[in-house]
Design a protein around this ligand. Sequence first.
Ligand SMILES: Cc1cc2nc3c(=O)[nH]c(=O)nc-3n(C[C@H](O)[C@H](O)[C@H](O)COP(=O)(O)OP(=O)(O)OC[C@H]3O[C@@H](n4cnc5c(N)ncnc54)[C@H](O)[C@@H]3O)c2cc1C
Length: 573
Amino acid sequence: MGDASPSSATAGATVVRRVPYVVAQGGGEIRYSSYDVLVIGGGIGGLTAAGGASRRWNVGLLTKSSFDDTATFFAQGGIAAALAPFDSPVLHLRDTLAAGDGLCDEAAVRILVEEGPERVRELDRAGIRFDKRKGQLILGTEGAHSVPRIVHAGGDATGSVVAGALVDAIIAGSRVELHEHEFVVDLLTDQGRCVGALSLGRDGELTVSLARAVVLAAGGAGHVFASTTNPDVSTGDGQAMAYRAGAVLRDMEFMQFHPTAFHGSENPTLLVTEALRGEGAYLLDRNGGRFMLGVHPRAELAPRDIVTRKAHEVMMRDGIDFVHLDARHLPCPHLRDRFPTVYQGLLKRGYNLCSDLIPVSPASHYFLGGVVTDHWGRTSVSGLYACGEVTSTGAHGANRLASNSLLEGLVFGERVVRDLERYLSGSRPSVRKIRLGLAEESREGNRGEDVRRLRRRLGLIMSRLCGIVRSAEGLEEAETVVAEVRSQLRLPGRDPEELELINLLTVADLMVRAARMREESRGVHLRSDFPTRNDALWRRHIRVALGAQGEPEVHAERALVMAPEEEEKGRSA
Ligand SMILES: Cc1cc2nc3c(=O)[nH]c(=O)nc-3n(C[C@H](O)[C@H](O)[C@H](O)COP(=O)(O)OP(=O)(O)OC[C@H]3O[C@@H](n4cnc5c(N)ncnc54)[C@H](O)[C@@H]3O)c2cc1C
């Protein structure tokens, strides 16, 4: 049993785990560190929480890769906020509820849209170089937004500009201990309270980081599927480790597929931002017909789930695995200036945005499911906060409105900071010493090639059977294959690839179970055998937590009801 403590340790605690930690100690030493607040993740959620918390507390931040390897860094379109004189939080609320297809928590959305503008202004005041004309923010249009409200930077390089500035500010403040390439394996809990995390360094050594509070901001899980826009880090580690630590997860069936990822063989694939359609680009079928006309009054700018479904339907109908994005009628200098990332990315792949039809197809993009939090980022595990894509705050419902997720990271990351004041100012004892209960054996683990083969199999099966269109039969098969893949894995050694596969399997398993249970179609969840939305039975969230026997306990809970007229107005208008 591992024992981790500082030399001056006085207090002790015994960690009680219902499930074993994923790694074993294997006889090696365990390093130790201690913070007031430990943040896991270096995207917008983690950076916002760490930057804010460090004004008062001693903060450590761990990321499993580098700061430029996050979904945040790759974000293109921008941040949605009601900043224009012709806009208002009420309009933004209405659009968000409409996109969410009946499952948003209206109170969470209100917080998002009402606090969002001030968070963006703060970034602007802090000197983040948003795109402006004559000193005024330029606001873009994206799908399902009724007015232009997308703040962007570097044309279509919003994520790298914002993330870069946040990291620079944290480094300049030198109040956060930053550790890149530190893979968090598991959360540490002591009698139901989260007291830190166990991580694996690049050198293969384990570290115990004790903390009075932990903020989980480990992002999404796009790599559950074979084709994704998500960076390599998005393997559902946060959702899986929170689940193992006893946190409640929700909405795990909802994975948003972006309709316009570049259609090629690479994974992750290049996103061809929705903002291009906001500027007037069309979606065409193989005969050059604009297939979104007549499907929705906003045509190519319909909510993302509607565009993805239609693109998928057209691909099936035409017997090809892509559709075309056409921006050839738009002024070329403008395309080059406004979309430098996409323009250059396509050139590298042999396509000219100004003169070529661009082959695009749906790819997994944003995970709506995750760790349940209240409006202050508190999870069901005491001492464990969460923000960003790893969460289910209720702000997105069954389908996220474009450019609302960077906003969510900012708004709820800041709320976490405010609540930490309350939580840490109380009489929270520091945990000085813990008995880990790590298995001691040395493990050989799995061969890299086996791990990669199993991961490919998982991705393909999830894409085919639990992707854009689902059915009871397919989901049953998916459940069997997920279990089969899991059974082929030996206990892991200390290779992050193995640990990621375990996490992907956990997320896939929970996703399939929830997708089987939801016998209706809503938002991004489309069941061919239950093709319509069924509010009478399914205006509910599916919640899941680890049961006492080590199996998931899944149940449906009634969703907080919103004003239906608000929601309906935007969805069909
Ligand atoms: C290509 C692309 C374009 C997008 N464009 C937009 C847009 O224009 N507007 C918008 O609002 N949203 C956009 N999104 C979505 C948005 O970028 C993400 O939802 C958001 O950035 C998530 O932020 P995050 O902080 O939660 O996670 P991320 O930014 O993904 O950061 C996750 C962090 O957690 C760390 N991590 C993960 N697992 C572990 C582990 N086991 N141990 C340690 N660290 C770990 C990672 O290393 C990383 O630092 C886009 C997404 C993609 C992929």
